[in-house]
Design a protein around this ligand. Structure first.
Ligand code: XMP
Length: 523
C-alpha cells in the first residue's frame, strides 16, 4: 500500500480517511471533497504523532474493509488515535472496529445484510439532522455489532433489527453500519455533510480550484529562477493541465514534448497542437514517430509485448528530444491522486494498472527530478482546474485514452489496416454518443478490432470482414466499471454507420461485461 504525503503542506482543513482495505475508500475521500473538505487517505495504523504532522485535521473516518474484526491479522488502528479527541466516523468495518475497540461486542457471520436495506432512526442524532426518520441505505456486511460500548447509544436500527448507527456524542465518535459514500444510500451525502459540519465543525468551503494557486506557487519555488522544465503531453486532460500549470509558474522555461506514436485517435494530433497553441506554450517539440513505433511493433501479437515495446520506443524517442533541449533539471508528469494512492482492496489491481500506465523510470533515465502538480487531485477535480486554466472543452471533456493508444484496442499484430478500422469506427462511436447527448454520461466509448472474421453478404457476393466490438462503460475512476446500457437506437446507428462507412467490417458487437471481471481496454 502506498499513501499520500500532503503532510503539513497547507493549513486547509482536512479529513483523514484511515484505510482498512475497503473497496470504497477512494469514494469516501471523494465524497468528503465534494462536501467541501479536503481529504487524504492514510494507512489504517497511523499514529497520533503522524496525524499531528498534518495540519488542521478536523476529522477521521474509518473506512470499510473486507475482514472480520476478530480475524487473525485483521487491520486495527493505533488505539491511541481514539483518544485524540478528533471527531471520528466509522463506516461498516470501521463501525464494527469502534465497537470492538471500545468494549462493545461484534458477532461473526450469522447477521449478514447485503444490498438495499431500510433503516429507522430511533434517537435524535446530529448525523441524521434534517433527514426523514426512515430511509434507504446500502449494506454490505457479514458481521454485526451486537452490543455498543459503554457511553454509546444506538441511533438507528435496520429492518433486520441490527444496530445501524451508534454514537458517543460527548467523545464525538459516530459510526454507521451502512455505506454513506455510495449513491445507493440516497441520504448518504447529507449524513456525511452533517458529520463534517455539525460534528467536526468544518467550514466545508474547499474547492479543487483552491489548490491551483498553491500548486503554481510551489512549482515556481521548486524550479527557481533559471531552470527549465520538460513536460510530455499526450493530449489527455491530465498532461495538458500539468503543462498549463507549469507554464503559469515559470512561463517560457517550459518545454513541451508531444510524440505522435501513430496510435492516436482520429484528429487527435491536430487537437493537441491546437490546444498547446491556445495555451500559448512557446516551446513545443512535436515529433512524428509513427513509423518508428509501427516498425517496432511489426509481427508482434502478444498484448504485454506490444505495451513493452511501445514503452521502450517512447522512452528512446523522448530521451533523444529531451537531450536536444539541454539544461533541463525537471520533468513534469500528470500523475493524479488515484494513480499514486492505492487503497487496500484495490491495491493489487492498481499496482498492475500502474505498471503499464506510467512510463516507468523515465525521470531516472533522463536524470531529471519529478514534478507532479496534480498529485493530490481526482480526475473530475483536474477537469475543474483545467476549465479555470482555459483549456478547450474538447480536451477537458474528452474520454481518457490509454498511453499505448489504439494498440490496446487492436487484437494481435498492429497493422495499418486494423488501425484505420479502429480509428474510423471509434470516431463514429464518439460522434454518435455526442449526437445523442450521451458522451458525457459515459467514462469511455470506443471500438475494438478483432482478428476474427465474419462472413458478410454484399449484393450477391459473400466476403469476410472484421468484427468490431463497441465498448461503452460508466465508471467513477476507471478502477471498476459497468457496461453502459446504450439506447437501442444509438446502438443501431453506430452499428449501421460502422458497417456502411468503414471498409472491411462486417459485424459490430456490443461488449456486455463490467470490470471486474473484464478490464475496460481489450488488450
Ligand atoms: P483497464 O483496461 O486497465 O483501464 O481496465 C482502466 C483505465 O485506464 C486506462 N488505461 C491506460 N492508461 N496507459 C494509460 O495511460 C495504459 O497502458 C492503459 N491501459 C488502460 C483505460 O483507458 C481506462 O480508462
Amino acid at each position: 500500500m502506498t499513501h499520500g504525503g500532503g503532510r503539513g503542506t497547507t493549513n486547509r482543513e482536512k479529513v483523514l480517511i484511515l484505510d482498512f482495505g475497503g473497496q470504497y475508500t477512494h469514494l469516501i475521500a471523494r465524497r468528503c471533497r465534494e462536501a467541501g473538505v479536503y481529504s487524504e487517505i492514510v494507512p489504517f495504523n497511523i499514529s497520533p504523532e503522524e496525524i499531528s504532522r498534518y495540519s488542521n485535521v478536523k476529522a477521521l473516518i474509518f473506512s470499510g474493509g473486507p475482514r472480520s474484526v476478530y480475524e487473525e491479522g485483521a487491520p486495527h488502528p493505533d488505539k491511541r488515535v481514539l483518544e485524540t479527541g478528533i471527531p471520528i466516523l466509522g463506516i461498516c468495518y470501521g463501525h464494527q472496529l469502534l465497537a470492538e475497540q471500545l468494549g462493545g461486542k461484534v458477532v461473526r457471520g450469522s447477521k449478514a445484510e447485503y444490498g438495499r436495506a431500510i433503516v429507522n432512526v430511533v434517537e435524535d442524532s446530529a448525523l441524521f439532522a434534517s433527514l426523514n426518520k426512515r430511509f434507504e441505505v446500502w449494506m454490505s456486511h457479514g458481521d454485526a455489532v451486537l452490543k455498543t460500548p459503554e457511553g454509546f447509544r444506538v441511533t438507528a436500527i435496520s429492518e433486520d433489527n441490527l444496530i445501524a448507527a451508534m454514537e458517543n456524542a460527548e467523545k464525538k465518535i459516530y459510526s454507521v453500519q451502512f455505506h454513506v459514500e455510495v449513491k445507493h444510500t440516497p441520504p448518504g451525502m447529507q449524513i456525511l455533510k452533517n458529520f463534517l459540519k455539525n460534528v467536526a465543525g468544518c467550514r466545508c468551503d474547499w474547492r479543487p480550484i483552491d489548490i491551483l494557486d498553491e500548486v503554481v506557487r510551489s512549482v515556481a519555488e521548486t524550479v527557481g529562477e533559471d531552470e527549465k522544465v520538460i513536460c510530455g503531453v499526450s493530449g489527455g486532460v491530465d498532461s495538458m493541465t500539468t503543462a498549463a500549470i507549469i507554464q503559469r509558474a515559470i512561463g517560457d522555461r517550459l518545454h513541451v514534448i508531444f510524440i505522435d506514436h501513430g496510435l492516436l485517435r482520429k484528429g487527435e494530433r491536430e487537437l493537441v497542437l491546437e490546444g498547446l497553441k491556445l495555451l500559448q506554450i512557446k516551446n513545443v517539440h512535436f515529433i512524428d514517430a509513427s513509423r518508428e513505433f509501427l516498425m517496432a511493433l511489426r509481427g508482434v501479437r502478444d498484448p504485454e509485448e506490444k505495451r513493452r515495446i511501445i514503452g521502450r520506443v517512447f522512452v528512446e524517442v523522448f530521451e533523444k528530444v529531451a537531450s536536444s533541449i539541454g539544461g533541463a533539471k525537471y520533468l513534469a508528469q500528470g500523475t493524479i491522486y488515484p494513480d499514486r494512492v492505492e487503497s487496500g482492496a484495490t491495491g493489487a489491481l492498481t499496482s498492475l494498472i500502474k505498471s503499464h500506465h506510467n512510463v516507468a523510470g523515465l525521470p531516472e533515465k533522463l536524470g531529471l527530478q519529478l514534478i507532479e502538480p496534480l498529485k493530490d487531485l481526482y480526475k473530475d477535480e483536474v477537469r475543474e482546474v483545467a476549465k479555470t486554466l482555459g483549456l478547450p472543452a474538447s480536451v477537458i471533456e474528452r474520454h481518457p485514452f490509454p498511453g499505448p493508444g489504439l494498440a490496446v484496442r487492436v487484437e494481435g499484430e498492429v497493422t495499418e489496416e486494423k488501425l484505420r478500422i479502429c480509428r474510423e469506427a471509434s470516431a463514429i462511436v464518439e460522434e454518435e454518443f455526442h449526437r445523442a447527448g450521451l458522451y458525457g454520461s459515459v467514462w469511455q466509448a470506443f471500438a475494438v478490432v478483432l482478428d476474427s472474421k465474419w462472413v458478410g453478404v454484399k449484393g450477391d457476393a459473400r466476403s469476410v470482414g472484421h468484427v468490431v466490438v463497441v465498448r461503452a462503460v460508466t465508471s467513477e475512476d476507471g478502477m471498476t466499471a459497468d457496461w453502459y446500457p446504450a439506447p437501442s437506437e444509438l446502438m443501431d446507428r453506430i452499428s449501421r454507420r460502422i458497417t456502411n462507412e468503414v471498409e472491411g467490417v462486417v459485424m459490430v458487437a456490443y461488449a456486455l461485461t463490467s470490470k471486474p471481471p473484464a478490464t475496460i481496454e481489450a488488450y
